[in-house]
Design a protein around this ligand. Structure first.
Ligand SMILES: Cc1cc2nc3c(=O)[nH]c(=O)nc-3n(C[C@H](O)[C@H](O)[C@H](O)COP(=O)(O)OP(=O)(O)OC[C@H]3O[C@@H](n4cnc5c(N)ncnc54)[C@H](O)[C@@H]3O)c2cc1C
Length: 405
């Protein structure tokens, strides 16, 4: 049986970053990831300055990974440009759409340079191991192969369908009314969006988000009421693309038609958005982090960045403890301190994330009223500071997170 200080379940951005920091500081670390190929898991690729700062602090060379900078953001309503706000961090080229599979491979490659790092690629964590009623390990399987890993600390960095959350029956606070997102990719519309521009387009009861990505494509997410994809699927792709075209600016509608004619629209896939968090992040000696502790929806491109920041705070608390043989109570205290340090930012971001989906899904009339108001807000300077402050916080973080170990 393998014995390590820390077993991390989930080799997403959060788990892979935490493993890097721990292993580089001499903590023996096992990272368990069920996928052999990272491209099999679809996740957020929007790297904010807050997430970028984490990767820079661990000495990761971001230019090693394919990316595309997003330099402008537009808001369309009823096919017309409603706003093109100046967003400093975009203008400064600080928002990147990065290839997640590449980022994760490089993070694993970097961690593999440390002797005390073991990566279980393609192993699924099936169950937790207990000593009396405290978690002290994990059972992993790869097909017929089964292995056990004993660990002083087990961390569930295993995403929105976390096994650790499920097995330990964590109590959850859920934000209801989360819509679904229909994702697809098309070639980047150079004529309609010269340079590298993203946009939002508001429809009645739904909206479109489109972001330029590293493979010269436009990643499109259509945020639709929960459960409505069944109907759309029955109607067929041509029908719902037709609907999007009718509600979109003519330049984009023409581009979509061209993509349809050339058969260059990728197969769409539907994702149920979730927004929730566990009421307490640790239980029976195991700690949840990232989406496992607080599943983020796609609003404001936060989840990836928040997971990276969780990893830093966790490392700051665990590394000094792991130098000695930590008692259970000192570990429990560290878990509580990690939660305490992160909960403020997570709560603030989730409150912000809970608003747009609720609003768009429920109040068609309200959208009619609010868009002209929004246009005015973007036009006049008196809201500048307020808007800048919110954008600053969403892009650079609500609290200070710095690697201290
Ligand atoms: C479609 C989509 C779009 C998004 N867009 C954005 C965006 O633009 N910007 C942004 O910041 N965030 C976005 N998010 C959110 C973001 O992807 C997540 O918040 C972020 O990936 C969380 O990181 P994590 O490391 O906590 O978990 P994850 O990235 O979910 O990683 C968890 C890992 O655990 C592995 N795993 C799960 N169960 C097991 C098990 N039993 N055994 C072993 N391994 C296991 C999974 O395979 C996965 O690799 C988006 C999410 C989705 C789904």
């Amino acid at each position: 049986m393998e014995k390590v200080d820390v077993a991390i379940i989930g080799g997403g951005p959060g788990g892979a970053t935490l493993a890097n920091i721990l292993a580089s500081r001499g903590v023996s670390t096992a990272l368990i990831e069920r996928q052999k190929d990272f491209s099999k898991e679809f996740r957020g690729e929007g790297l904010m300055p807050s997430g970028k700062a984490v990767l820079e602090q661990i000495g990761f060379d971001l230019d090693d990974v394919d990316y595309r900078k997003v330099e402008e953001m537009n808001l369309f309503y009823k096919g017309q440009l409603a706003a093109n706000p100046e967003i400093e961090f975009l203008k400064e080229g600080e928002f990147r759409w990065v290839s997640q599979p590449q980022l994760l491979e490089k993070l694993i490659e970097k961690a593999s340079g440390f002797d005390n790092f073991i990566f279980y690629r393609g192993y699924k964590a099936q169950d937790l191991i207990y000593n009396k009623d405290r978690v002290d390990g994990v059972v992993i399987t790869d097909g017929n192969k089964e292995a056990s890993i004993k660990a002083k600390v087990v961390i569930g960095f295993d995403g929105r369908n976390s096994m650790v959350r499920r097995k330990l029956n964590f109590e959850v606070k859920e934000y209801k009314l989360q819509p679904d997102v229909l994702w697809f990719k098309i070639p980047y519309p150079e004529k309609f969006l010269p340079g590298s521009q993203a946009f939002f387009s508001l429809f009645p009861k739904s909206f479109l988000v489109a972001v330029p990505v590293y493979d010269q494509k436009l990643q499109v997410g259509w945020i639709i009421p929960a459960g409505s994809y069944g109907e759309l699927k029955k109607k067929g792709k041509e029908q719902w693309i037709q609907y999007i075209k009718e509600k979109s600016p003519s330049g984009f509608a023409d581009h979509l038609q061209k993509c349809l004619d050339e058969n260059s629209i990728s197969d769409p896939f539907i994702l149920k958005m979730t927004l929730d968090r566990v009421k307490k992040w640790s239980k029976k000696g195991a700690l949840l982090l990232g989406d496992a502790a607080h599943t983020m929806n796609a609003v404001g491109g936060q989840g990836l960045n928040i997971a990276l920041r969780d990893a830093v705070v966790c490392a700051n608390h665990l590394v000094p403890l792991m130098d000695s043989n930590p008692s259970n109570s000192s570990l429990d205290k560290a878990f509580e301190a990690i939660e305490k340090e992160r909960i403020e930012e997570v709560t603030k971001v989730q409150e912000i994330q809970s608003r747009p989906p609720k609003f768009i899904a429920q109040n068609v009339l309200m959208v009619e009223i609010i868009v002209p108001v929004l246009k005015l807000l973007f036009k006049f300077n008196f809201t500048d500071n307020l808007r800048k402050e919110l954008i600053e916080r969403m892009s650079r973080g609500f609290t200070e997170v710095k690697l201290k170990v």
